[in-house]
Design a protein. Structure first.
Lengths: 269, 747
């Protein structure tokens, strides 16, 4: 295990990120004290991009775990495997990050079962240690180690929420879609469409976001806007691009679609 | 045009006819062809000789120049013939004058080549409503013909001929033998008549697009104003305009296509215009302005808010442009008519459409001024005020105040009455309080009207069609009394409860669901385990999720228990000396208890009816409520009265059950007899209607099931429910059988 190469988890190229409020500085300060960070925000508003960007800025490796219902504690910590010589311990992503000093990013953390998440508790307070009971090891976290989690409060239900005891171990950054001006800059930068089209796309996305709770679970995300922009810059007709990137993915309700079509007609003329 | 030298003397004995004729002959000469003019003379002369005095001839002399000019060749002769043969020589001759006068309205709506069609329609209505006693003579005049004629304008303007016949036939079907109700029907004054009429109308009904309109408003403007549609045609405010006031948008209830813009887009254009005002208009004082000044200020203000709105939503421009009528520059003669509306209309178009092609210097000048203003990027309603006043000042013409105002094509249908932009400091008579008054009237009505009633169609098997909005269903929370009564009932059936409990316990764990791919579980999943061993031998990483586990699957069932609460439930069952109602209460308590034990989502409701105007639907337990004392108290207070209009109750129950989210939806209907009501004589009618309601329910994916306590039920029940029913012959066993039936249905 000594020859484990943590640098493979480093972010090589600078990911594009447009600051919305002073989240970059806030994050830097949190990192400097190794405070665990929780990032909330709707789907596709740039949570993962932000963490990637920060890892690049701080020049730290980042290990991302996409959480799902079936994830177990041993999926995070590690497990013994059998091989021809007997058993062999393999570290899980959380253990790797803690041992070698990386940022461990648990994406969509509410998807995992609440009792699974309890394993992170000892790493996220003053102890900064992880008990690997199967191995009988008490791992002291590397000084560079930091834990970051993200989730989308939008589709929070009674079934899916974090325990209070988990929540209260993090400082939280609340993300939302950027203001229309900034979002237009993001779309134009990411997809290469000119700023006029980007503005219109953002205007359209904002009309869909107003429908949340009235037939839509979530409005069109910045990520979808980028997709639409990419299609447009590749020569697809604007309205067709909106159809396949912004309208069809987010709803199956015929009436809502018709309304979105009408808004599209109004905005793009 | 006729030969000016043509000269014919009118041969008529009535002085009054000569007098009237002399007033109209010039018009007739200028409008009618030579042939028609002859027919006109003939007609006036003829009607003076049929023994009806001078009135028919006078009416004829009055309207025929226009009618003849509209329908053209031979039309006057045709009308003369029809009037005589069909009306004058029938018991309906008293209506002849009404008929002739009604033609003047008819020519506004009937096309030139539709005279024959129109006359046969009139003939049909007349013939069908004139009835004979004993079938020997047609002796009674039509009770509804005059009413029909009085509404002919609305009827022709709203419906095509096919629709009119449907509407007439409906009236004939149900009101042929009620002269007064027939008259009310053809006067369009009853809700039935209007409901049928509405269905025949062409166009987009607002109710059908209301949700879309709501969402669009929210998406584009972030507002949530309510909508209140009005019927301009029935309420006889034909020049009523839409408006937005006190958070309510008033708009017409139906839009047909106009200039290639379909009904729903027209609603969109209207709502967009109203909300543009809402966003950009600030009210200004109106008291010092004349109506003409206000007109032009409004034109500029409308253009201004639309311009601003188009900056945000450019797609609106083409819709609005198409809806503004294209008016020719020279269609209005300034010497003889007031062209004020014509100018306003041209200006409206020029302000929104760059390709207007108008040459009028003043219009071009003011369009430029308007553009300059808008290009500065900042404008207010005050700017519209000064533009409007200046425009009127520089285009004022002496003829502006003439009484003959040019009106054709000067109305822009999607624009509101601009009440938002004016403040009247002195209390004037400007306000429109018609709706206010209506609202107050409603408040004065009985408390019953607190929850608005629901209207349901009823199936008429004889004519294979629905009677629209026929049954009126009122819903109420059932009154309550003492919950302990129900507890006593349950206590009385202690043994049964125990027995049921055993069945329930058996039922519960049957719905086990196997969960595979578990790291920890109750059993080893051999397939996966073997695969993992193979992976191990290969030296690759094995899957450690080699166990299976079990989970209790929740039953996804929603149940509605619909109780017949009609009078007959008060009958006493001899075996137990209890009424059927009491037995039902026992049975329902047991069933509710069982369902609660199973954790099923269920509701209980009762119904009875006293004519179609009064179907009661009582909520006894809602889906979100638990089987607790409030619910028990309601169940304890059940009363049995009135009749059983089952179809309407099933439709209403279907509505609520449909809203439940579960895999299986079961509607249990507990009844002691066949559907019937005091206002229905044909026993088949409500049976067939209930059958239809059951079909509708099934089409929506629900499972209706009837439990009948009527031992004669075999005669009709399968006609209603197909095979989905049980008849309980020994009513006294109901408390035992009902829960068991439910359990076997949902196993």
């Amino acid at each position: 295990m000594a020859n484990f190469d943590i640098s493979q988890f480093k972010v090589v190229e600078s990911p594009y990120y447009q600051e919305q409020f002073n989240e970059i500085d806030l994050y830097k300060v949190a990192y400097s004290s190794r405070l665990p960070v929780m990032i909330k925000g709707p789907t596709g508003c740039g949570k993962s991009r932000f963490i990637e960007h920060m890892a690049y800025k701080l020049d730290k490796p980042i290990i991302t775990v996409s959480c799902n219902e079936d994830i177990t504690a041993s999926d995070l910590i590690g497990r013994f495997l059998l091989d021809s010589d007997g058993t062999r311990w393999v570290d899980g992503p959380l253990t790797i990050a803690a041992r070698h000093g990386a940022i461990c990013y648990l994406d969509e953390v509410v998807e995992a079962r609440q009792d699974t998440m309890v394993v992170i508790h000892s790493l996220t307070d003053h102890r900064r240690e992880l008990m690997i009971d199967k191995k009988g090891e008490l791992l002291k976290a590397h000084p560079d180690f930091q834990l970051v989690i993200s989730y989308n409060p939008g589709y929070q239900s009674l079934m899916k929420d974090l325990k209070q005891s988990t929540k209260q171990r993090f400082v939280a950054l609340d993300f939302d879609f950027a203001s229309p001006e900034i979002e237009a800059i993001i779309v134009s930068n990411e997809s290469g469409v000119d700023s006029e089209i980007a503005k219109k796309l953002v205007q359209f996305a904002n009309t869909t976001r107003k429908l949340v709770g009235h037939g839509l679970d979530e409005g069109a995300s910045t990520r979808l806007l980028n997709y639409a922009g990419i299609l447009i810059s590749k020569g697809v007709d604007i309205k067709d691009a909106c159809q396949i990137a912004l309208i069809k993915p987010i709803t199956d309700d015929a009436e809502v679609r018709e309304v979105m079509n009408a808004s599209m007609e109004a905005i793009f003329g | 045009m006729t030969d000016p030298t043509y000269d014919r003397n009118l041969k008529c004995a009535f002085e009054s006819v000569h007098l009237e004729f002399s007033k109209h002959i010039d018009t007739a000469r200028s409008k009618l062809s030579q042939e028609s003019l002859d027919e006109y003379y003939d007609g006036v002369e003829f009607f003076a000789t049929i023994g009806q005095g001078d009135s028919v001839s006078i009416a004829f002399a009055n309207v025929m120049p226009w009618v003849g000019a509209h329908f053209g060749k031979n039309s006057i002769k045709t009308i003369t013939g029809f009037s005589y043969e069909t009306i004058a020589r029938s018991p309906n001759k008293e209506f002849l004058v009404d008929f002739i006068f009604s033609l003047i309205e008819v020519i506004n709506y009937a096309k030139e080549d539709e005279l024959e069609k129109f006359l046969s329609l009139i003939g049909y209505q007349l013939k069908q409503t004139t009835y004979s006693v004993h079938g020997i003579h047609v002796t009674h005049s039509s009770p509804s013909f005059r009413a029909f004629l009085s509404r002919i304008g609305v009827i022709l303007s709203q419906l095509d001929y096919e629709g009119i016949y449907e509407w007439i036939n409906y009236g004939l079907r149900y009101f042929k033998s009620h002269p007064e109700r027939q008259e009310a029907f053809f006067l369009l004054s009853t809700s039935d008549s209007r409901a049928v009429f509405q269905r025949q109308r062409k166009g987009v009904l607002f109710v059908d697009i209301e949700r879309r309109a709501n969402l669009l408003q929210l998406a584009l403007w972030g507002t949530d104003f309510m909508y209140a549609p009005y019927s301009p045609d029935f309420e006889q405010h034909e020049h009523f305009h839409p408006y937005l006031e006190d958070g309510v948008i008033r708009l017409p209830d139906i839009y047909t296509e106009l200039n290639g813009i379909n009904g729903s887009k027209r609603y969109f254009a209207l709502i967009a215009h109203l909300l543009a005002h809402n966003q950009f208009t600030t009210a200004i004082v109106a008291d010092n302005l004349s109506p003409h000044q206000r007109l032009f200020v409004e034109v500029f203000e409308d253009a201004r808010v639309e311009y601003l709105c188009i900056q945000q939503y450019p797609g609106l421009k083409s819709i609005w442009q198409k809806l503004i009528p294209k008016i020719g520059e020279s269609v209005c003669n300034e010497e003889t008519q007031s062209c004020i509306r014509h100018r306003a209309s041209m200006l409206s178009r020029a302000l929104i459409d760059e390709n207007h092609n108008y040459k009028n210097v003043e219009i071009l000048k003011f369009v430029n001024k308007f553009k300059e203003l808008m290009n500065t990027g900042e404008s207010t309603t005050e700017d519209s005020l000064s533009l409007g006043l200046d425009f009127l000042a520089s285009t004022r013409h002496a003829s502006d105040s003439l009484a003959d105002i040019f009106f054709t094509d000067t109305e822009i249908s999607y624009r509101d009455d601009n009440r938002v932009m004016w403040i009247f400091i002195e209390d004037g008579d400007e306000g429109d309080d018609i709706f206010q008054k209506k609202f107050e009237d409603k408040e004065n009505q009985k408390i019953e009207a607190v929850i608005p009633p629901h209207y349901y169609d009823e199936w008429d098997y004889k004519y294979e069609s629905y009677k629209p909005d026929w049954a009126v269903v009122y819903e109420r929370l059932h009154s309550h009394s003492d919950a302990t009564f129900i507890d006593q009932l349950l206590d009385k059936n202690r043994d049964l409860v125990k027995q049921l409990k055993r069945v329930l316990d058996l039922l519960k764990p049957q719905n086990k669901k196997r969960l595979r791919f578990q790291e920890e579980g109750s059993e080893l999943d051999l397939d996966i385990a073997l695969r993992s061993v193979i992976e191990l031998k290969n030296g690759s990483q094995p899957d450690t999720r080699i166990n299976t586990d079990f989970e209790h699957d929740s039953r996804s069932v929603s149940v509605l228990l619909l109780l017949d609460l009609s009078e007959s439930l008060n009958d006493i069952v001899e075996a137990t000396n209890q009424t059927i109602l009491e037995l039902s209460q026992e049975a329902v308590s047991l069933l509710a208890w069982s369902m609660e034990q199973l954790g099923d989502n269920f509701a209980i409701a009762g119904f009875n009816s006293n004519t179609r105007e009064h179907v009661m639907y009582y909520h006894i337990k809602g889906y979100s409520e638990h089987w607790d004392d409030t619910v028990k108290a309601r169940l304890a207070n059940l009363k049995a009265e009135y009749s059983t209009r089952m179809g309407a109750a099933i439709r209403h129950g279907t509505h609520y059950l449909d809203l439940q989210k579960s895999d299986k939806k079961l509607m249990l209907i507990l009844t002691d007899g066949e559907p019937s009501d005091v206002d229905v004589k044909d026993p088949e009618m409500l049976i067939k209607d209930t059958h239809k309601a059951v079909q509708e329910c099934q089409q929506k994916g629900m499972y209706p099931y009837c439990i009948s306590l009527d031992n004669r039920a075999d005669n009709y029940i399968s006609d209603i429910f197909g095979s989905h029913y049980s008849v309980i012959d020994r009513i006294e066993s109901l408390p035992k059988e009902l829960p068991q039936l439910f359990l076997s249905l949902t196993k």
